[in-house]
Write a protein that binds this ligand. Structure first.
Ligand code: ASP
Ligand code: MG
Length: 410
């Protein structure tokens, strides 16, 4: 007998009909001989609706009260699904994050999970019951209700699966798996049968929004096999695990992209120790995330320093950098928010030396200029003008033959 944790997202429990469909799926899993724990999101749109409600009272409401409010979304769906299961004569019980003792730290709105007690859950499972747990929530050491950040139910599900040593954590959503790239940009994108944690982590942090990134980190850390599936469409979904593809390992598994990038350059900075730290410290002090840092020295005692930030932080970062420019006696600040990042990701890359060359040639043939490049063992990212994003993704998808089904290994 296997233990399966199933998480259903907001659209999967978006209305009464959908909740009845989920109840049937859960029933089928149970009747196939598995123990089942279900983790739910709030109905789609519900969390946003409550945030908007709160803002009618105060633009910056108390974070503690915000968490008390937002956790009710998941409390609604767990009760409703449990009722739907009862209607199907299935023994089931709902539990909030507090009731299962999901312990988190005290940072409201973005709490981190510290520990999940399994005793309560195990007792119900031993009685053959299905436990329906509210995702996205926990309890702090100060006994306050906390939430785990937007999309946090994915992480709840993985944490519960890890604590129970579940055989698989299945994330049901409105897409039927992880794709080679976003099908809205490249209609020939293909669903991947499997992908490694490392690749998924890169894809998620580079803009592929299928799973909350923390849930992938968590699953990788505790080695919980994760499967992304659709609750609307049948199919095996995508399995995320440490197992490398049984298929002939493709060089590149997917292409991720992010439109919300902005790039800033401080040029003519004195080439001296501590300068990099002095440039970045006001930016980091303003809680602005910095990515893709490049510094290049020309040997004339001066250096250019370039980095990227999220579009939303562009103007603020630029202002801060202008102050740094004056302070350090640098030449000028330049920047653009009209840029996008395109990345190719794949664990197969490390033993295929020609990958970077193929990538740059492909972009060159399309007349796309590359502003910046960064690499790691399993990814290469480039910055291009936003207007070339679609073209870059499509031409790379073709160049790396991602539209072609990989051959089965004999
Ligand atoms: N309901 C929460 C949200 O919308 C958590 C989740 O759905 O995972 O972010
Ligand atoms: Mg989600």
């Amino acid at each position: 007998m296997a233990l399966i944790v199933q998480k259903y997202g907001g659209t999967s429990v978006g209305n009464v009909e959908r909740i009845k469909v989920v109840a049937q799926k859960v029933k089928a899993t149970k009747e196939a001989g598995n123990d089942v724990v279900v983790v739910l999101s709030a109905m789609s749109g519900e969390t946003n609706r409550m945030i908007a409600l709160a803002k009618q009272f105060n633009e910056h409401p108390s974070q503690r009260e915000m968490d008390v409010l937002l956790t009710t979304g998941e409390q609604t769906t767990i009760a409703l699904l449990t009722m739907a299961l009862h209607d199907l004569d299935i023994d089931a019980v709902s539990m909030t994050g507090d009731q299962i003792r999901m312990k988190t730290d005290g940072s409201h709105g973005k709490a981190r999970i510290l520990d999940v007690e399994t005793e309560n859950l195990q007792q119900h499972l031993q009685k053959g019951r299905i436990v329906v747990v509210a995702g996205f929530q926990g309890r702090s050491p100060e006994n306050n209700i906390t939430t785990l950040g937007r999309g946090g139910s994915d992480t709840s599900a993985v944490a519960i699966a890890a604590a129970l040593k579940a055989d698989e954590c299945q994330i049901y959503t409105d897409v039927d798996g992880v794709y080679t790239t976003d099908p809205r940009v490249e209609p020939n994108a293909r669903r991947l049968d499997s992908i490694t944690f490392e690749e998924m982590l890169e894809m998620a942090s580079l803009g592929t929004k299928v799973l909350q990134i923390r849930s992938v980190e968590f699953a990788g850390k505790y080695n919980v096999p994760l499967r992304v599936l659709s609750s609307f469409k049948d199919g095996g979904g995508t399995l995320i695990s440490y197992e490398e593809n049984k298929m002939e390992s493709p060089v590149i598994s997917g292409i991720a992209f992010n439109r919300d990038e902005a790039r800033l350059t401080l040029s003519g900075v004195p080439d001296q120790p501590t300068v990099a730290a002095q440039i970045l410290s006001p930016i980091c002090g303003a809680n602005i995330d910095v990515d893709m840092i490049v510094q290049n020295t020309l040997g004339d005692g001066k250096t250019d320093f370039t980095f990227t930030v999220h579009n939303d932080d562009y103007l603020h970062a630029k202002e801060l950098l202008e102050e740094v420019c004056v302070r350090l006696g640098a030449k000028s600040v330049q920047g653009s928010s009209d840029i996008a990042k395109v990345s190719i990701v794949g664990v197969g890359m490390w033993n295929h030396p020609g990958v970077a060359k193929t990538m740059f040639e492909t972009l060159g043939q399309e007349g796309i200029n590359i502003h910046q490049i960064t690499t790691s063992e399993i990814k290469i990212s480039v910055l291009v003008d936003s207007k070339y994003l679609e073209l870059a993704v499509r031409s790379l998808h073709k160049a790396f033959e991602l539209d072609v089904e990989p051959k089965e290994e004999k």
